[in-house]
Design a protein around this ligand. Structure first.
Ligand code: K1U
Ligand code: ZN
Length: 172
């Protein structure tokens, strides 16, 4: 089932999420719903707080080329355990901040540990867009948005645009 994506500003997008302790069928269903919501948006990642669930769960699939095999990933309790000195700049977007993009600098490579959909521990080194995306999604679990990396004036401008968008959507 497709879920509704919250739009910034929303207090739920500023909260630190709770670790998942028991991997239930409900949580697996939630992960499947998040993948459906992400592909429909369309997006390359989604974090549980973006649909109002304050638990440490993210999904991602950074395969963008048509014809390439999709790689849907479900991560419970993801953690960056090491990151490179070398950085990468990417023009990021966010499904909770539609149509706004800005350059963000992050570590180029990250080692991530997580629990997969079957409850097994996993780890992998991510590079390129995958590294950018997984860091963006883990930030969501800590109540941090990509606009928090921008200068206050730019952040304020984007927040005002989002407030206007929300008012217009509420009237429609
Ligand atoms: O977390 C989110 O809001 C999803 C976000 C992830 C992300 C994008 C860019 C850099 C870092 C993290 C998005 O998916 S925004 C949409 C997007 O980037 C996209 C949509 C369709 C095709 C390709 C990309
Ligand atoms: Zn986002």
């Amino acid at each position: 089932m497709k879920r509704t994506i919250l739009i910034h500003p929303d207090p739920r997008l500023k909260k630190v999420c709770t670790p998942v302790t028991d991997l239930s069928d409900d949580l697996r269903q939630l992960a499947d719903d998040m993948l459906e919501t992400m592909y429909d948006a369309p997006g390359i990642g989604l974090a549980a707080p973006q649909i109002g669930v304050l638990e440490r769960l993210i999904v991602l699939d950074c395969i963008k080329e048509e014809g390439e095999t999709p790689r849907p990933m479900v991560m419970f309790n993801p953690q960056v355990v090491a990151s490179s000195e070398e950085t990468n700049v990417y023009e990021e977007g966010c499904l909770s901040i539609p149509e706004q993009f800005a350059e963000v600098t992050r570590p180029k490579l990250v080692d991530v540990e997580w629990i997969d959909r079957d409850g097994n521990p996993q780890s992998e080194t991510f590079d390129g867009l995958w590294a950018t995306c997984v860091q963006h999604e883990i930030d969501h679990l800590n109540g941090k948005l990509f606009i928090d990396y921008l200068k206050p004036l730019k952040r304020q401008m984007i927040t005002r645009k989002m407030q206007k968008l929300k008012r217009e959507r509420a009237r429609a």
